[in-house]
Design a protein around this ligand. Structure first.
Ligand SMILES: NC(=O)c1ccc[n+]([C@@H]2O[C@H](COP(=O)([O-])OP(=O)(O)OC[C@H]3O[C@@H](n4cnc5c(N)ncnc54)[C@H](OP(=O)(O)O)[C@@H]3O)[C@@H](O)[C@H]2O)c1
Length: 323
């Protein structure tokens, strides 16, 4: 089969022939139709992540969409979403024509969302959904602040917050294009990520209408510091990424004075059942046009160029590889 193969950690994968994966008991073989390039793919492939240096060569791709070819649990032809541990543990991922995945990591998806759109949502949308519902414990009417609203997690979080009945949704992101998209996705107010922390805090405070109950934070750094300062009583800031840096400053007086919480989130802590339920729910809302992630479809043959764009941070949308 054709696959994007990483030969050396830290380098760019090469599209070439690669042995077809072998189906073993407890596994499902999927013909891949769409697989997104996500930050986790590049982090794992860097060889410097907390997962350690991956054994090479391997096919990156921690998730994808496709149809079942061979499975003991699902009929052939079933449309599925799948996740893999490529780069985190030995084994190949989804940037290929075929992928063999443990049965528990395969989710049938009947909702009317096209394969690339579903791939773009994928685990980014699962993270957004579970950050709001599970870690953030969002209640109807509460105010939500989404940092990094231009990214896939942030876009999904804006839509999800609306679906979940947030009373107010404030989005923070950098480019004009992202800000405009956040408004279209349902943000009540959009705040540009600009200026120093005091300036940003004041802008968010203004936009939030007095309080923020739940912060979705894939960014950390200065934006998280500003967000923590506007948390209301019992507010929850859920960090799920460090796109702008690994350190942020929080005030003890603010946290204890408001009984506020700073929480961490990782998809890796979800049970297969939680992941399945979140993905299914998100897909149903996506089918109604309520949650989406902007994406660009790229032939698998051009995986190296797509990888470079993602690494440079210049993609602007989720890049989805289509074998
Ligand atoms: N914990 C989990 O389970 C989990 C799951 C999914 C993702 N993540 C993490 O969440 C983060 C975002 O993921 P994604 O899929 O949304 O990524 P993405 O689609 O590639 O978007 C990149 C995001 O990073 C932000 N960003 C990049 N450089 C920045 C900088 N210098 N300053 C401020 N913001 C910056 C962008 O902000 P703008 O919005 O301003 O463009 C955008 O929101 C990544 O670190 C990813 O690893 C974690």
């Amino acid at each position: 089969m054709r696959a994007a193969v990483l030969e050396t950690p830290g380098e760019v994968p090469v599209v070439r022939d690669h042995p077809d994966p072998v189906v073993t008991p407890g596994h499902t073989s999927v013909r891949v139709t769409a697989a997104p390039l996500v930050p986790l793919d590049l982090l794992c492939a860097s060889g410097t992540s907390y997962f350690g240096r991956p054994a090479t060569p391997y096919v990156p791709g921690v998730q994808g969409v496709g149809t079942v070819e061979d499975s003991a649990t699902l009929p052939a032809g079933t449309r599925v979403f799948f996740s893999t541990t490529a780069g985190m543990a030995p084994g190949d991922g989804g940037l290929a024509e075929r992928c063999v995945v443990p049965d528990v990591d395969v989710v049938p998806v009947a909702a009317g969302v096209a394969d690339p759109a579903l791939a773009a949502l994928g685990l980014s949308a699962v993270a957004a959904w579970m950050t709001l519902t599970w870690r953030g414990r969002l209640q109807e009417g509460e105010h939500v602040l989404v940092l990094g609203a231009g990214g896939a997690v942030g876009q999904a979080a804006v839509g999800a917050a609306r679906v979940l009945g947030a009373g107010r949704v404030v989005a923070v992101c950098r480019s004009e294009e992202s800000q405009e998209r956040a408004r279209r996705l349902g943000a009540d107010v959009v705040v540009p990520l600009a200026g120093d922390v005091d300036h940003l805090t004041a802008r968010i405070q203004d936009a939030a209408g007095g309080k923020v109950d739940v912060v979705v934070d894939p960014v950390f750094g200065l934006a998280a510091t500003a967000a923590s300062r506007v948390l209301g009583p019992g507010g929850r800031l859920v960090n799920l990424g460090g796109a702008s840096g690994d350190v942020a400053e929080f005030s003890s007086a603010v946290l204890r004075g408001r009984s506020a919480e700073i929480l961490g989130y990782t998809n890796n802590a979800l049970s297969p059942g939680q992941r399945r339920e979140a993905l299914t729910t998100v897909a149903e809302h996506a089918a109604q046009g309520l949650i989406s992630v902007a994406h660009e479809d790229i032939p698998l043959a051009d995986a190296a160029a797509a990888w470079r764009r993602q690494a440079a941070g210049s993609a602007g949308v989720r890049l989805v590889l289509t074998p």
